[in-house]
Design a protein around this ligand. Structure first.
Ligand code: ACO
Ligand code: ZN
Length: 281
């Protein structure tokens, strides 16, 4: 019941200020009760503390000494950085990030128990600091082989390939763990579009290069994409036939080329040689 009440609550925060952007919000987010009367919130773009008034933020910016998310920079490629933030070590940051993210995520329950999560925060860096453009969260331990819980690209940065970069990154971490992964369900419409786009691109590229037969298991081992997700993607591309009780991949070159032409833009590549990371223990 509580959950239902939360979902049906009306959106109170209509806009937020974050870094150089003023952003319109999409959904309700359960900020603490003292913010009930606010329609606008001012976020410190580095520690993600939020305030009711602009002057408070200005005062905060003078003394806040963060210039990037707390935690370890685990990836750097020119001006793009990824930081890993442990929710247990940076509880307030983790909670702030969840409040912020919920403004753009509809059907996700907020995890107050940020201890159990790692946050991977993508930043564009310049001489003023590392500015968050998006993130994904990941459970430290997942029984269901989830490699991503929530994903968000902040609206001013959407449709630039960052979403697919974050998705690609989540699979690179799974590869390093020698595990297959899948995103937590349900997916939003935009989440599903982004995943479909990513899975399609990755699988088509492999099928295009590969000579001879290949199984779903082999594709899964190569990509860390869960077998079910491979199957549904290939089915939607009509590259699967069911013969004698088995799913068989039929990668007709002409069909592949047609799909490759139709597939969206490639994403910003994750250069694994720039990923400095060991799995969480
Ligand atoms: N209209 C149509 N298609 C879209 C749109 C849009 N507004 N936005 C993204 N897409 C599709 C496109 O197919 C696009 O690929 P293409 O440009 O090659 O055609 C693909 O999604 C990915 O685009 P990106 O630029 O890589 O992704 P973006 O940075 O915009 O981030 C994301 C995608 C994270 C889903 C973003 O839309 C977002 O933050 N939405 C709000 C939060 C959300 O719904 N998160 C997913 C919830 S599910 C979960 O968390 C497990
Ligand atoms: Zn701050």
């Amino acid at each position: 019941l509580r959950e239902h009440e939360e979902f049906t609550k009306v959106k109170n925060i209509a806009t937020i200020e974050l870094g150089k952007y003023e952003i319109e919000t999409w959904y309700f987010s359960p900020f603490p009760p003292e913010y009930n009367e606010c329609t606008k919130l001012f976020f410190c773009e580095f520690c993600l503390n939020f305030m009711k008034r602009k002057e408070q933020l200005q005062r905060h910016m003078k003394k806040c000494d963060l210039k990037h998310p707390p935690g370890d920079e685990i990836y750097r490629d020119k001006t793009l950085s990824m930081f890993e933030v442990d929710g247990k070590k940076n509880k307030i940051y983790g909670q702030n990030l969840c409040y912020l993210a919920k403004l753009f995520l509809d059907h996700k329950t907020l995890y107050y128990d940020v201890d159990l999560f790692l946050f991977y925060v993508l930043c564009e860096c310049d001489d003023r600091g590392c500015h968050m453009v998006g993130y994904f969260s990941k459970e430290k331990q997942s029984e269901e082989s989830y490699n991503l819980a929530c994903i968000l690209t902040l609206p001013p940065y959407q449709r630039k390939g960052y979403g697919k970069f974050l998705i690609a990154f989540s699979y690179e971490l799974s590869k390093k763990e020698a595990k297959v992964g899948t995103p937590e369900r349900p997916l939003s419409d935009l989440g599903l579009l982004s995943y479909r786009g990513y899975w399609t691109r990755v699988l088509l590229d492999i099928l295009k290069k590969h000579k001879g037969n290949i199984s779903i298991k082999e594709l899964s081992d190569m990509t860390a994409i869960k077998a079910e997700d491979i199957l549904t993607t290939l089915q939607s591309l009509e590259l699967i036939q069911y013969r004698k009780g088995q799913h068989v991949i039929c990668a007709d070159p002409k069909v592949l080329d047609r799909h490759l032409k139709a597939a969206g833009r490639g994403c910003i590549d994750v250069d694994v040689s720039k990923l400095i990371w060991t799995p969480y223990k």
